[in-house]
Ligand binder design. Structure first.
Ligand SMILES: Cc1cc2nc3c(=O)[nH]c(=O)nc-3n(C[C@H](O)[C@H](O)[C@H](O)COP(=O)(O)OP(=O)(O)OC[C@H]3O[C@@H](n4cnc5c(N)ncnc54)[C@H](O)[C@@H]3O)c2cc1C
Length: 378
């Protein structure tokens, strides 16, 4: 039986960034990361839309996104040989009736000049001639756009390994080990056990079930989201920005960006799911096609060349879950990254690592992500 002070379960972005920051703090040799699959980052971390959008309704989480984006924009030397952000630009469009809500998000932003610019109708048409919608207002974020997910995952993985973290692939945790009410490690499906002083649940949509099996009351909501990429269309420009449309209701949300000569599109649905039975829902394909017909008429009848779904693990208040479990000593959470885990990756890892090492973290961040808060406890 192996013994390690910090045991991370899950080699998606949550586990990898936590491991990377622990390694950068000089503690890598005390960390083992266990990933069930033979490849790291092959679930939500590989199946997302790779969009860098930082603005949201909560200024605290917008700030986390901005800080994380700054890391990705200027990563430490040796992190990546290629840029991690392709600044295509991102345009947020509010339907009539939604503009004041989004304007309030923009007003709360503390950003340098040039980060955001309000677009009038002509400005929106010039920025994204292919997009059609009822428009109340629109804003352009020229520094945002598309993330290079493979390079981000590679950078965090390399840094963690070089800093001494042991990364074990094909190591699926079957159950958590408990002694006298304390979580003391894990048992793997091959029968071996790995003991840890702290076991970090960074297992995405699977984290909740693992936590619950030892009586944790942390509650997460695994949901499905589908993405499609259309066949190439001659009129699509590779330089178009990401467009994120906040329709008259949440059901009318939509986003798109250029991909492979066509467009990547999402109908932004939220469908509850069982992480062990991820399956495409056919109605979601129909809904994407409907929204494409409304917002991207230039695509005409071009069908979806690719269509897939992935898991977004949500919380009731939309905040992440990072911190020690209040009921189960020895258990620590880095989960519930919802729909912005890639954008927030660098900051999530920094906060998780600091808390694990007993370092100071801004109290408002600790509170907002605490596994103690009522929004994530059954
Ligand atoms: C369709 C879609 C679009 C999205 N678009 C964006 C976007 O544009 N921008 C953005 O920032 N975010 C986006 N997201 C969200 C983002 O992808 C997630 O927040 C992020 O990937 C979550 O990372 P994770 O490490 O928590 O989970 P995962 O990537 O799922 O990693 C969890 C890991 O734990 C492992 N694991 C599970 N159980 C065990 C076990 N028992 N033993 C060992 N290992 C285990 C899994 O194999 C997996 O590798 C999107 C998500 C989806 C689904």
């Amino acid at each position: 039986m192996q013994n390690t002070p910090i045991l991370i379960v899950g080699g998606g972005i949550a586990g990898l960034t936590t491991a990377w920051h622990l390694a950068k703090s000089g503690c890598g040799a005390s960390v083992t990361l266990l990933e069930a699959e033979n490849q790291l980052g092959s679930h939500s971390t590989a199946l997302n839309a790779a969009i860098l959008r930082t603005l949201g309704p909560d200024p605290l989480f917008t700030r986390i996104g901005l800080q994380s984006a700054e890391f990705l924009r200027n990563p430490p030397p040796g992190f990546s040989e290629v840029p991690l952000i392709d600044a295509l630009g991102l345009v947020l469009v509010a339907a009539p009736g939604r503009q004041e809500e989004i304007r309030a998000w923009v007003a709360a932003l503390q950003v340098p000049e040039g980060h955001v610019e309000e677009l009038d109708r002509d400005g929106l048409r010039a920025a994204m001639p292919g997009f059609e919608a009822e428009v109340g207002a629109a804003w352009s974020f020229p520094r945002e756009g598309r993330l290079d997910i493979a390079a981000i995952v590679a950078g965090f993985t390399r840094g963690a390994r070089e800093g001494g973290v042991e990364i074990r692939r094909g190591a699926r945790v079957a159950s958590l080990l408990e002694e006298a009410g304390r979580v003391v490690g894990v048992r793997l499906t091959d029968g071996n056990s790995v003991r840890g002083e702290t076991t970090v649940l960074a297992a995405g949509g699977w984290a909740q079930a693992l936590g619950r099996s030892v009586g944790s009351r942390v509650r997460l909501r695994p949901t499905l989201r589908h993405l499609g990429v259309t066949a190439p269309v001659a009129s699509v420009e590779r330089s178009w920005p990401v467009v994120w449309y906040f329709g008259a209701s949440n059901e009318e949300e939509f986003y798109c960006r250029p991909e492979g000569g066509g467009m990547m599109v999402s109908a932004c649905e939220v469908v509850d799911t069982d992480p062990d039975r991820l399956e495409i829902v056919d109605e979601c394909r129909t809904e994407i096609a409907r929204k494409c017909g409304v917002h991207l008429p230039l695509l005409e009848e071009s069908g979806l060349a690719h269509f897939w779904c992935g898991m977004r693990t949500l919380t009731e208040d939309g905040h992440f879950v990072v911190g020690a479990d209040p009921d189960r000593p020895g258990l620590f959470w880095v989960a519930g990254l919802g729909g912005s885990g890639m954008v927030a990756s660098a900051e999530v890892g920094r906060i998780a690592s600091a808390l694990l090492l007993g370092e100071d973290v801004e109290p408002e961040l600790v509170k907002a992500m605490s596994p103690k808060r009522s929004a994530v406890r059954a």
